[in-house]
Design a binder for this molecule. Structure first.
Ligand code: NAD
Length: 253
C-alpha cells in the first residue's frame, strides 16, 4: 500500500486520467476526494471505489471558481482530517485555435481552468501542508507544455504555465517538505476531444503535421495513473520541481 491513509484531492477525477488515478490511489489505501464538475460521473467513481472496498467522497467543484476550489480542499480536511496529496488534473482543450483565431472567451476559459484553477488549489493547500510539515502536489500538464504545437495557442500557453508554476512551487516549498511535480502525458485515450465541435482547420492541420511526423502511440489512462502514484508516494521522495513525460516515446524522436 503506497498511499495508506493518505488524504488525497484529485480534480477532474470523474473521467479519463483523473478517474484512473482515483481508482488506483484508493486501491493503494488513499482516502480520495473525487472532485469534478460532472456530478453523475463523480457518483459513479465514488461507488466504484466503495464497491472495491476503498474510501472516497465526491465534491462537485468547478476549478475555475475559487469558492468551489476552497470547498473541495475543505472537504478533504473535514472528512479525512488532513490533506496529504493534491492532484491538479482537470483540464480542457482549446479547439486547436491558432494565435490568429483564438477568441478572448476561449483563451480566458482555458487559462481559468488549466492554470488559475491549479494556482488557487495550490494556494489553498500550501498553508495546510506547511502546518502538517509536508505534502505532495502533482499537476497534469501535457507534452503541449514542453513543445510548441501539440494543440492550439491557449492550451499550449496554459500547459507551459502549469510547468512554470510546478517548478516555482517545487523549489520554493521543497525545503518545507512539500514536493510539486508535473506529468506531461502524450496522447491518451480519454473523453477530452479537441475542445469544441468545430476545431480550427489550420490549427488542427499544423498540430497534426507534428503528430504524424513523429509516430504517436495512444496510451491508456492507467499508464498516467501509475506515474501519478509514483509522484504522490514516497517512492519519489527526491523528485521535486520537475516534469515526468509519459508519452510512449513520442517526443523522443
Ligand atoms: N487525453 C490526452 O491525450 C491528454 C494529453 C495530455 C494532457 N492531458 C491533460 O490531462 C488532464 C485530464 O484530461 P483527460 O484527458 O483525462 O480528459 P477527460 O475529459 O476524460 O477528463 C477531464 C475531467 O475534467 C473535468 N473537468 C473539466 N472542466 C472542469 C472544471 N472546470 N472543473 C472541474 N473539473 C473539470 C471533466 O468533467 C472530466 O471529468 C487534462 O489536464 C488534460 O489537459 C490530456
Amino acid at each position: 500500500m503506497k498511499l495508506q491513509d493518505k488524504s488525497v484531492v484529485i480534480t477532474g477525477a470523474a473521467s479519463g486520467m483523473g478517474k484512473a488515478m482515483a481508482l488506483l490511489f484508493a486501491e493503494e489505501g488513499a482516502k480520495v476526494v473525487v472532485a469534478d464538475i460532472n456530478e453523475a460521473a463523480i457518483q459513479a467513481v465514488v461507488e466504484e471505489i466503495a464497491t472495491a472496498g476503498g474510501t472516497a467522497v465526491g465534491a462537485v467543484a468547478n476549478v475555475a471558481k475559487e469558492e468551489d476550489v476552497a470547498r473541495m480542499i475543505d472537504t478533504a480536511v473535514q472528512r479525512f482530517g488532513k490533506l496529504d496529496v493534491l492532484v491538479n488534473n482537470a483540464g480542457i482543450m482549446d479547439a486547436m485555435m491558432t494565435a490568429e483565431s483564438v477568441t478572448d472567451d476561449m483563451w480566458n476559459k482555458v487559462m481559468e481552468i488549466n492554470v488559475t484553477g491549479p494556482m488557487r488549489a495550490i494556494r489553498k493547500a500550501l498553508p495546510i501542508m506547511k502546518a502538517q510539515g509536508g505534502g505532495v502536489i502533482v499537476n497534469t500538464a501535457s507534452v503541449g507544455g514542453l513543445f510548441g504545437s501539440r494543440a492550439g495557442a491557449a492550451y499550449t500557453a496554459s500547459k507551459h504555465a502549469v510547468i512554470g508554476l510546478t517548478k516555482n512551487v517545487g523549489f520554493q516549498y521543497g525545503k518545507l517538505g512539500i514536493r510539486c511535480n508535473a506529468i506531461a502525458p502524450g496522447a491518451v485515450a480519454t473523453n477530452i476531444g479537441v475542445g469544441g465541435s468545430q476545431p480550427d482547420e489550420y490549427g488542427i492541420q499544423q498540430a497534426m503535421t507534428g503528430m504524424a511526423l513523429q509516430r504517436m502511440d495512444v496510451g491508456d489512462p492507467k499508464y498516467i495513473a501509475s506515474v501519478a502514484l509514483f509522484l504522490a508516494s514516497d517512492d519519489s521522495a527526491f523528485v521535486n520541481g520537475t516534469v515526468v513525460t509519459a508519452d510512449g516515446g513520442w517526443t523522443a524522436y
